[in-house]
Design a protein. Structure first.
Length: 408
């Protein structure tokens, strides 16, 4: 009998998308579903960059250079200079989304069986890319009680073996929203120098920092050969469907290796490169309005969550995600129950169970990730649903404190 590959069997399902069939079934029953499970913003894609695609004038939609259009890479040099990252066009390879940048980075820098350390909870697709590359993820745990701050340097040291080749950091973080400080990034620098490791830096949410300034891994000095930046326009310009990202590094050997993978897939999407190029010329204040809107949404959802009895949500410093601990026995079961068995005023909410964002089995069982990508009215309506659901849920955990409050 034919069988799929071991790799196929190991490939983890997406914790963000695995409940989609239940959401679709709920919609067919006439229930409105608030999607807080996925980072798809309702912020309008800037009309100027869509117009650049609409008004593009060519007779043949050709392959681009495998590294991406030279005109786009030149524009990205301008963009990176504005945020204090000084690179030239030969240090940028355009990828099909940030996803391909991650995969190309893993495939170019790591061999099958090598280990990569990632603070957990982490972006779930890192697991998938690691499986595809034959790489082993070694998680070290950050805790909700500290707001998911960088784990102590001792935890990294304990996890490092002769097979360890890299550390992955997402800053600001998906799924926690934690914004790593300059001091924490300098700590990572010490580790990668001491153990001769790569530092993969996913900076998809660079523009959305609310409690401090973003400090890029590319700002670290003396580690040019160690740092590989993985980037994307998806969230920056609310252009998730464009599927345009970039891998940026000053390591010439890595660039040569990545280029071979880029050549094998021929070229990144043409229309989206036109869109990305136009995005660099958006007004300087474009991000001010967007950032202000996300901060309002963050403040709204965090307050609403912490006002619900038994719920705890640390205040995320960036991105547009929040992790919350719920008074439930199993968040995976609860999130499915929300879609299958619950509605309030003919509405319900879709969340991402946090267990899929942890590499250590058993962690995150009572946590969820919420993407505050909907407008404030929708967020409030979604929180009304969640609050009501937690009152009705059969698997709710009643804390001792709640018992005491009820008795008063």
């Amino acid at each position: 009998m034919l069988s799929v590959s071991k790799r196929g069997k190991l490939m983890p399902p997406s914790p963000i998308r695995k409940l989609v069939p239940y959401a679709e079934a709920a919609k067919k029953r006439g229930i409105k579903v608030f999607h807080l499970n996925i980072g798809q913003p309702d912020i309008e894609t800037p009309p100027q960059i869509l117009d650049a695609v609409r008004h593009s004038d060519f007779k043949v939609l050709e392959y681009s250079h495998s590294a991406g259009n030279e005109s786009y890479r030149k524009k990205l040099v301008e963009y990176y200079n504005r945020v204090g990252i000084h690179v030239d066009i030969n240090q940028i390879i355009i990828t099909t989304g940030g996803s391909e940048a991650i995969l190309f980075g893993f495939m170019s820098c790591l061999d099958a069986g090598d280990e990569v350390i990632i603070p957990e909870p982490f972006y779930a697709n890192y697991n998938g890319f690691a499986v595809a590359a034959g790489v082993i993820v070694k998680p070290i745990t950050s805790k909700i009680e500290t707001g998911f701050a960088l784990p102590p340097i001792e935890d990294f040291e304990k996890a490092i073996t002769s097979k360890t080749k890299a550390i992955v950091i997402c800053n600001p973080n998906n799924p926690t929203g934690y914004l790593y400080s300059k001091e924490e990034m300098e700590t990572l620098k010490e580790i990668i120098i001491k153990h001769n490791l790569y530092l993969f830096a996913d900076e998809a949410y660079r523009e959305f920092c609310y409690e401090g300034e973003h400090f890029s891994a590319m700002h670290l000095t003396g580690v040019d050969d160690n740092v590989v930046l993985m980037d994307t326009i998806s969230k920056r310009y609310s252009a998730c469907g464009g599927r345009i990202g970039a891998l940026v590094t000053k390591n010439k050997d890595v660039l040569q290796s990545v280029m071979k993978f880029a050549q094998a897939r021929l070229s990144p999407p043409g229309f989206a490169q036109i869109l990305g190029e136009a995005a660099v010329d958006l007004p300087a204040n474009y991000f001010e309005k967007t950032k202000k809107e996300y901060q309002l949404r963050r403040d709204t959802i965090v307050k609403r969550l912490n006002d619900i009895p038994g719920v705890f949500c640390p205040n995320p410093g960036g991105a547009f995600y929040a992790m919350a601990r719920l008074p439930v026995d199993d968040a995976d079961v609860f999130c499915q129950w929300l879609l299958e068995n619950f509605s309030y005023n003919n509405k319900t909410v879709m969340l991402a169970p946090a267990s899929g964002f942890y590499g250590t089995g058993g962690l995150g069982k009572n946590e969820v990730r919420l993407a505050y990508v909907l407008n404030v009215d929708s967020i409030n309506a979604a929180m009304d649903c969640l609050e009501k659901a937690l009152e009705e849920y059969p698997g709710k955990i009643i804390s001792q404190q709640t018992h005491q409050q009820t008795a008063l």
